[in-house]
Design a protein around this ligand. Structure first.
Ligand SMILES: [Cu+2]
Length: 271
């Protein structure tokens, strides 16, 4: 009897192991004006980061893996200087950007380390939400091992300063890989544009503190990703015009203009 039970458990173990390796842990962040309710710890490896926007403004989750000895306070200082991704601050992505009442997700591979979690959406007074207290710390322990992102139907590649879509984005698209070919950190904000609205309208609305009706529907996206990193999103695409926009401050120019001001926006059509 013991032998049979042992054999059964071994069998169940063998079946369960590959499934467990593929199913990401779910990390839920609740956004409020202006704070996060956030898990303090996570396991390294595949993670689906869920953002529930319980606030009244636009919010997102930006995960940043901090270098040795650095804290979230150092990260806030870097944002204050508009140079937020120096070598010690690695953009690990996260879901962006959710309008009030919205829930968005992005799947990423978490490497072990201390993370700063921030929302760098600007408020109507021009201050970034993180400067109003919208930040948290996340300790990621263990090993990411051979964790890989789930398969995707299409890829959106980010680079200085544009986007390239590989594979068709359509109403049947389920998963989209977002990857940064660099050399700078970039993000993808995907907006389904309202009639008559342009990517520039979406950019101005976001940068102006979102004080009017949104110029479209916030669909999905990935916040700042370091070069070489990737994430997978599952946008519910409908036919229409979409804007792809990056608001990351430029690392090269002294003024640190947002990448969108250097031309990092694109309009695409989903049939
Ligand atoms: Cu960019």
């Amino acid at each position: 009897m013991h032998c049979r039970l042992a054999a059964l458990l071994t069998c169940v173990g063998l079946l369960a192991a590959p499934l467990a390796a593929q199913s990401p842990q779910l990390l839920t962040f609740t956004a409020m004006d202006f704070a996060f309710r956030a898990p303090p710890t996570a396991r390294a490896g595949l993670a689906t980061v869920r953002l529930v926007n319980a606030g009244t403004k636009l919010h997102h989750v930006q995960l940043v893996r901090l270098g040795e000895g650095k804290t979230v306070r150092d990260l806030i200082d870097a944002w204050r200087a508009r140079d937020p991704f120096p070598a010690w601050a690695v953009g690990m992505g996260g879901p962006t950007a959710a309008w009030k009442g919205q829930t968005l997700e992005a799947t990423v591979v978490l490497e072990p380390g201390r993370y700063g979690v921030v929302c760098w959406v600007p408020a109507p007074d021009g201050q970034l939400h993180l400067m109003k207290g919208m930040f948290a710390t996340l300790e990621v322990t263990g090993s990411a091992g051979a964790a890989t992102l789930p398969k995707a139907d299409a890829t959106i590649t980010l680079f200085d300063y544009n986007y390239q879509v590989t594979g068709a984005l359509s109403r049947t698209t389920r998963a989209v890989r977002v990857e940064n070919k660099g050399p700078q950190t970039h993000e993808l904000v995907l907006v389904r544009l309202a009639p008559g609205k342009s990517p520039l309208d979406a950019a101005k609305w976001a940068e102006g503190g979102q004080v009017t009706d949104p110029p479209g529907e916030m669909v999905a996206g990935v916040s700042g990703l370091a070069p070489g990193r990737a994430a997978v999103i599952r946008p519910a695409l409908r036919s229409g015009r979409y804007a792809l926009v990056c608001f990351v401050p430029d690392a090269k120019s002294a003024a640190h203009k947002a990448h969108v001001e250097l031309g990092m926006m694109k309009e695409i059509v989903v049939q």
